[in-house]
Write a protein that binds this ligand. Sequence first.
Ligand SMILES: Nc1nc2c(ncn2[C@@H]2O[C@H](COP(=O)(O)OP(=O)(O)OP(=O)(O)O)[C@@H](O)[C@H]2O)c(=O)[nH]1
Ligand SMILES: [Mg+2]
Length: 325
Amino acid sequence: MTDDKTIESLVDRFKKKDKIALARLITIVENEPENAFKIFKHFEDINNDSYIIGLTGSPGVGKSTLTGAISQKILDEGKSVGIISVDPTSPFSGGAFLGDRVRMTNISLHPNVFMRSLASRGYKGGISRAVFDISMLYEAFGIDIIIIETVGVGQAEFDIYNLVYTVVVILVPGYGDVIQMQKAGIIEIGDIYDVNKKDLGGEDIAVQIEMMLDDTTFQSGYRPPVVLTDAINGEGIDELLQYIWDHKEHLELSELLKEKKENRFSYKISELIYSKVEQIVKKSFFNQGKITELIQHAMDDGKFKIYEIIHNKFEVMNLEVKEEE
Ligand SMILES: Nc1nc2c(ncn2[C@@H]2O[C@H](COP(=O)(O)OP(=O)(O)OP(=O)(O)O)[C@@H](O)[C@H]2O)c(=O)[nH]1
Ligand SMILES: [Mg+2]
């Protein structure tokens, strides 16, 4: 566990825009979520708001390549970029990191870009928790645009929808048909649809998405656009980026951005409360030993009794469910 002195000196350096201090603080929030408050309490005087974009799609559709291409354009506009890549394929080897570095080599050395790759498993409180906290650090660092790259959508493990403002869903030629997309829940969550690898085709899938969108009613008056890109050769990237800014403008003008931010905090506040309650419960009266004991009890003919034992334990602690005063 990192001590308070180290955290404080890192925060000082962080406030002087030291990228190494940012990297170290990211590692701390990743691995020691219970220490996050010791970092964030020093940031009260900071009020930077980053704009947060999510790129999501199946493995190999070109998320990292697109992230690199988009980031380059954003850097050219004089803005800073913070990237978080969540990699599903190599949770143990750390290969994600190296792979993404290779795909984003052009930008990875730029002074205004920051990158972090996370394996999708092994975080206390889950990957969403880690991604959220890292995005908070990026915001505090003063980063303008945050890009979160993640595989898949709507999983319990990682719900990008709660974390970002603009969701870009990436598809590729040969992905499958519209029915599959609907089943996967993809069609509900995209703010922009990007058919990447257009050098390999993709017109047909773009048409299918357009037709599906035609059959959908959009309450807010915003209809998601469909764009074709070739991330390797940089084709369609300007258009994609323009759609991202258009969506941002739509959110700002319609007050929906405020709603998204409220959602984001609602999600985070619940998470903070539940993880604290979990910690308290596990520490004070249901530690692993106790749980093992209960399992044994259940195995030894006590399986119907476990409901009552747990109920009573809370009553003894005077922890009934009551309304807040
Ligand atoms: N032909 C073609 N290949 C592309 C394009 N964009 C990316 N690729 C290639 O597709 C492969 C996967 O690209 P990545 O950017 O790593 O895809 P990803 O979605 O980030 O992959 P994961 O993070 O592993 O899920 C690489 O070999 C890229 O070079 C494109 O527009 N056209
Ligand atoms: Mg990737």
